[in-house]
Ligand binder design. Structure first.
Ligand code: ANZ
Ligand code: ZN
Length: 818
């Protein structure tokens, strides 16, 4: 009796795989197999692999192994996103240097990945904290700088008071630091930015390529984040000021309804135009506003606040004088930082008007009650009133007409606005890529010449790396003080490091040759492998990493370095592994350790549990699944493969085997193929379980273990199940008399002749006499059978008009009373 011993199989096969390297992608030009690039989001080395990794990599491996079985040349690499705050914070807590902590974790995770049996090509391994990698971050920064896509500017930025660093807008979630959860404050700082806004249109428009390949909700999140809106820029004159002030509005049709004008309290303009006797009030108000986050400022719930600036704006279409206010609900960095307020048709303007007793003037008749009385603005469609030349027009017509009028007079034009802001890149932290800029008192910002890259991180071993608000690099004076590359005079290095999202914005391109020395990546090899056919990872990156990578890809495309404009053709977001209905956490005490699960049930059972738990997008509640049951199933599958292997030798002709079992096998092949290609991996596993039962039955109470159909079924099972359970199937494949490795066995093909369902004969009687016999499906419906019978020529010949009665007993009998 063959015994399933997961531990023994792991001990036997892991070293064999390391030797055989079955998952190495081929760069051989003569290799004509289709190339498929399968990528999992690379991990942070923040400890050993956890349950979440267990899930994402088990799922990714199903896809990678499937395409390998299909005969593709599959690139399935792994590396580490090894710079960054989590590693740095963990190291500081342990009084260790980030490098020591990081590289120790990488080794731990690499060992765990190998044990977990993921089909990686280990020769492609990379770590973003290696100088040979981050050198190219710096090289790319230089290219961006040359193209005007990297620039420094002062302004209000998001600051995390705990991590003591600035954050990109994308890293502020509901007003909090994405990493540590503390409330983000605003600070005035000069920082480096990537000009992602130059690509806003293309980031939106190119999403057409991703329709169907990406989850709809991710596309929607990106669309909303980029936030394109169309409207008009309109110029207002401000009394006592020569320069007109431009406002952005999505509703230029409501221009005649503007009853006041609002400037962002924190915009420079407010200080420029404020009347002398209102200056003091503005200063007090600005101090209050500085404490608020954008979310708070834009909240419709929040009580409106503001101060009158003691000056007036002139409406360009009717010359009306309207008072100018400063308020917090207008943001300084959106549009032009100033708005025309139309209280009748904009709720926030209406709230403000009611609070400060400003007039409300309806200019679009929507059929709703008067906003001035109800306090409810009417933003909808309608007919223009009180609007001179626009009267009687619809909203859409009025927008068009007013834009023409403004353009004729040179006081406005149609325009597009984006919510997307430039990507703030500088971080005041140690564990990242130094920004390759030298500040020279005479030459300004001078990039470190390419041939001097990498600008390596100073060692700083033993130094205090705690965040202090200025980069710890600033303390390394020997490193900071350099000669200006341009004039040779004394100059200083930029001491900030790059956001680690820079590292992950192009790592997928370097995998094709991670030690390439002539550029960030081998352009020729990327041409052959790119873009990524399938990407698998968490939805938490829906905006951040995926948006940045798309941006980088477009810039690289413009530089002529890649020939595609979207990096990831298909995206799968796996769910989370939770426990007892909640995310795992130390404080809840509901953590489950991946290593312990593997020790108890074996790698294959844990992987199978992950894949079988439900659709890959759904969360897995570990309390609801049973790795023990998975292990039991694997033992059954193992015995079936071992018994079939012991009873016959390879090469028997399946055509001579039991037809019933063959039909089950081929139907399973057909279904599992479709299920894997549509990500329904859990259902695919269920089909494999059914096949296992069918083989068991055939051995025990059917044609017996030596039947060629049993061998065919067992071999099919080995190959299909290898996507999920590599160890037991490798062993099964060997016992079935085949050489390693099952991973390259080749996907089985379903014989169409065996997919045809049985048919049955339906007898058709007219007035009690058999007039026809029909071959029909056993599952035919009563209606279909009635229709078929009545359509029969032989039946028609005995009918004279509509029959009086038709009695149908599907699938066997139709009785017609003429
Ligand atoms: C007049 C108006 C009348 C507006 C109306 C709306 C409705 P989106 O779609 O998000 O682009 N706005 C413009 N700049 C702003 C700023 N810096 N801070 C806050 N609000 C600003 O929104 C555009 C609309 O938001 C603009 O259209 C403007 O108000 C406001 F019945 O202008 B609207
Ligand atoms: Zn200089």
């Amino acid at each position: 009796e063959p015994v399933y011993d997961p531990r023994a199989l792991q001990a036997k096969w892991l070293p064999r795989w390391e030797e055989l390297k079955p998952f190495a992608a081929s760069e051989d030009a003569g290799d004509l197999r289709p190339r498929t690039y399968m990528l999992d989001m690379f991990p942070y080395p923040s400890g050993d692999l956890h349950m979440g990794h267990g899930e994402v990599f088990a799922i990714g491996d199903v896809v990678a192994r499937y395409w390998m079985q299909r005969g593709d040349n599959v690139l399935h690499p792994i590396g580490w996103d090894s710079f960054g705050l989590p590693a740095e914070n963990a190291a500081i807590k342990r009084n260790a240097h980030p490098a020591e902590w990081t590289y120790a974790n990488i080794e731990t995770q690499a060992t765990s990945f190998k044990r977990y049996g993921i089909s990686f090509d280990w020769s492609r391994r990379l770590h973003t904290s290696d100088p040979e990698y981050y050198r190219w971050n710096q090289w790319l920064f230089n290219r961006f700088f040359e193209r005007g896509l990297a620039y420094r500017k002062g302004g209000l930025v998001n600051w995390c008071p705990v991590d003591q660093t600035v954050l990109a807008n994308e890293q502020v979630v509901a007003g909090r630091c994405e990493r540590c959860g503390s409330e983000v404050v605003r600070r005035e700082l000069t920082q480096w930015y990537f000009k992602i806004t130059d690509y806003a249109d293309r980031l939106l428009d190119d999403m057409a390529q991703l329709e169907g390949g990406w989850p709809e909700r991710v596309l929607t999140m990106q669309r909303n984040w980029i936030g394109r809106s169309t409207g008009a820029d309109v110029q207002f004159r401000i009394e006592g000021r020569d320069e007109p002030v431009t406002v952005y509005t999505t509703r230029p049709d409501t221009l005649y309804g503007a009853t006041f004008f609002v400037v962002a309290a924190d915009a420079a303009l407010a200080e420029e135009i404020v009347a002398p006797d209102r200056r003091e009030a503005l200063a007090v108000y600005r101090a209050e506003v500085a404490k608020l986050s954008d979310i708070e400022r834009l909240s419709t719930e929040k009580e409106k606040t503001g101060v009158f600036l003691g000056t007036y704006a002139i409406n360009p279409v009717n010359g009306e004088r309207i008072p100018v206010w400063a308020a917090d609900y207008v943001l300084s960095d959106y549009g032009h930082g100033a708005i025309m307020a139309v209280p009748a048709h904009d709720q926030r303007d209406l709230d403000f008007a009611r609070k400060f007793g400003l007039p409300v003037k309806t200019v679009v008749h929507t059929g709703m009650a008067d906003p001035g009385e109800t306090g409810i603005a009417t933003p909808g469609e309608g007919t223009l009133v009180n609007s001179g030349p626009l009267d009687g027009l619809s909203k859409v017509e009025a927008i068009q007409r007013i834009i023409e009028i403004l353009a004729e007079r040179g006081t406005g034009k149609a325009t597009v606005n984006f919510r997307l802001r430039d990507w703030l890149l500088s971080r005041q932290r140690f564990w990242g890529t130094p920004i390759p800029i030298i500040h020279c008192p005479d030459c300004g910002e001078v990039p470190v010449p390419d041939e001097q890259l990498p600008v390596a991180l100073p060692d700083l071993r033993g130094a205090d790396l705690k965040p202090k608000g200025v980069s710890p690099l600033a303390a390394a004076t020997d490193w900071v003080n350099v000669e200006c590359p341009k004039c040779g005079g004394p100059a200083q290095r930029d001491t900030d490091t790059m956001d680690t999202f820079v590292d992950s914005s192009w790592y997928f391109l370097r995998y094709v040759d991670p030690h390439y020395e002539d550029g960030p990546f081998d352009v020729e090899k990327v041409r052959k492998w790119g873009p990524i056919d399938q990407y698998v990872g968490g939805v938490e990156h829906a905006v951040l990493h995926l948006l940045y990578s798309r941006f980088f890809t477009k810039v690289l495309h413009d530089m002529g370095m890649v020939d595609f404009t979207e990096p990831f053709l298909r995206l799968l977001n796996q769910g989370q592994v939770i426990n007892r209905g909640k995310a795992m956490s130390k404080s809840l005490g509901n953590g489950v350790d991946l290593g312990e699960q593997i020790d108890s049930f074996g790698v294959d059972a844990v992987r199978l549990t992950m894949v079988f738990a439900g659709p890959p997008e759904d969360d897995i509640d570990w309390a609801d699944v049973s790795p023990a049951a998975s292990q039991k199933f694997l033992a059954r599958a193992f015995r079936v493969m071992a018994e079939a292997g012991a009873a016959s030798a390879p090469g028997t002709d399946p055509a001579t085997g039991d037809v019933e079992l063959r039909k089950v096998t081929h139907r399973t092949i057909d279904e599992v193929t479709k299920l894997v290609e549509t990500y329904r991996f859990n259902v695919a596993v269920a089909r494999m379980m059914e096949l296992t039962s069918a083989v068991r039955k055939a051995i025990d109470s059917g044609p017996g273990a030596a039947d060629p159909a049993v061998r065919e079924a067992a071999e099919t099972l080995a190959v299909m199940l290898s996507l999920v359970a590599p160890y037991v199937t490798e062993e099964g494949w060997e016992r079935l008399g085949h050489g390693p490795t099952v991973a390259r066995a080749g996907w089985p093909t379903a014989d169409p002749a065996l997919l045809v369902r049985e048919s049955v004969t339906a007898v058709v009687q007219v007035a009690g006499k058999v007039r026809d016999r029909l071959e029909v499906s056993p599952e035919i419906s009563e209606d279909d059978l009635r229709e078929l019978a009545l359509a029969s020529g032989k039946v028609q010949a005995h009918l004279d008009g509509t029959p009086r009665k038709v009695i149908v007993r599907a699938p066997k009998l139709v009785n017609i009373v003429p």
